[in-house]
Write a protein that binds this ligand. Structure first.
Ligand SMILES: [Zn+2]
Length: 308
């Protein structure tokens, strides 16, 4: 089984482990985009990270990882919902020639002005409510390093990430030290650092190739076979894009009738392609007239807030 996320807890409840592995869902996410291998690796790692972080939050809504780059990758967005629906897109610079071995810094931050943002958008956000945005300093050579840095500076829980992706598979492992022992009775010999140090030491032997070649349960067994681990029911993850014709119609309403008329005059129709799933939505003059005939400013404002 893959396309799933699994949570584990070590026996003394001081450390949490999560694994994620996608293949079908990850391949579907890339379909039609034809990402160069280096972009696929970077995006796959971000997708795995978004699932691990999303599953780790007590939050109902959408977690988005957004990278605005000054290199070949101009914009990378991964969105993951609490139910582990995930979608992703990359906008490359038009003249981009992506080297096969290009890493995070070379792809998004060669000029030093790249920006990495974490956005938390609650499921039932009021129109007046602004989603939470955290700026992630682009410190580190890998997605895992950058996010570990960010988490170390933004929350108390010590967290480590291992991420690996290619065009076939997107995988990740998260190790997190929990704030207390979960109510378990302590004995005099209990050392609060012991489990964390031991599990960290074991996980640090993990290699990228191993993660790409083995199923997550196999890896967990190999690393932690001497540990007493409680595994929770795996949670399915899937590629799902919530775009719809109705949402595109709302975008056209926000754009305004004069603008839409102009496009119609030039091209005879309005064509909008979803950046994520590449579904093409076409609106001919009759469709556009309908869009504006049913114009209701209140519902437009409400709905457009949920477009992405
Ligand atoms: Zn879509």
């Amino acid at each position: 089984m893959s396309d799933q996320l699994t949570k584990y807890l070590f026996a003394d409840r001081s450390v949490r482990l999560q694994t994620v592995e996608l293949d079908t869902a990850w391949q579907a996410m890339q379909q039609g985009h034809d990402y160069p291998p280096a972009i696929g690796r970077l995006l796959g790692e971000l997708v795995a990270a978004s699932l691990l972080l999303s599953a780790n939050l007590k939050f109902d809504g959408t977690l988005a990882l957004q990278l605005q780059g000054d290199g070949d990758a101009r914009l990378i967005v991964v969105e993951c919902r609490s139910n582990l629906d995930v979608r992703a897109t990359v906008k490359l610079r038009e003249d981009a020639v992506v080297a096969d071995d290009a890493g995070l810094q070379a792809l998004v931050n060669p000029g030093g002005t790249g920006r990495f943002t974490v956005v938390l958008d609650p499921q039932h956000r009021q129109p007046s409510q602004v989603p939470y945005q955290g700026i992630v300093p682009l410190v580190g050579e890998t997605v895992a390093e950058v996010l570990e840095h960010y988490m170390a500076s933004s929350e108390q829980l010590q967290t480590r990430l291992w991420l690996a992706a290619d065009l076939e598979r997107s995988t990740g492992l998260l190790l997190q030290r929990l704030p207390n022992d979960g109510g378990k009775e302590k004995t005099a010999e209990d050392d609060p650092d012991e489990t964390w140090n031991r599990t960290l030491h074991l996980a640090e032997t993990l290699k990228r190739e191993e993660m790409l070649e083995n199923a997550a349960p196999t890896l967990v067994h190999r690393l932690f076979w001497q540990e007493e681990l409680t595994a929770f029911e795996p949670m399915p993850a899937r590629f799902h894009c919530p775009c719809s014709r109705e949402k595109v119609a709302n975008v056209l309403r926000v754009l305004g009738q004069p603008e839409v008329e102009e496009i119609l005059a030039e091209s005879g129709e309005v064509k909008v392609k979803c950046d994520y799933c590449l579904t093409a939505y076409r609106f001919d003059p009759v469709d556009c007239a309908e869009v504006f005939a049913s114009n209701d400013p209140v519902s437009v404002r409400h709905k457009s807030g949920n477009t992405h």
